[in-house]
Design a protein. Structure first.
Length: 51
């Protein structure tokens, strides 16, 4: 990947981090971990389904 591509990835990662922080602002650290675990479990349950 070239420099422009890496710079773009950095930019969109920063934007994604900011959006996630805003979305999850009402949750404490334990609640965030619980949400993450539940979302992982949900995704894993549907992992082998056709898209």
């Amino acid at each position: 990947m070239n420099r422009a591509g890496l710079d773009y990835l950095d930019e969109i990662q920063s934007q994604a981090d900011q959006a996630q922080a805003e979305l999850l602002a009402g949750l404490d650290a334990d609640e965030r971990r619980q949400l993450h675990a539940l979302l992982e479990k949900t995704l894993e349950a549907h992992r082998h389904e056709p898209v």
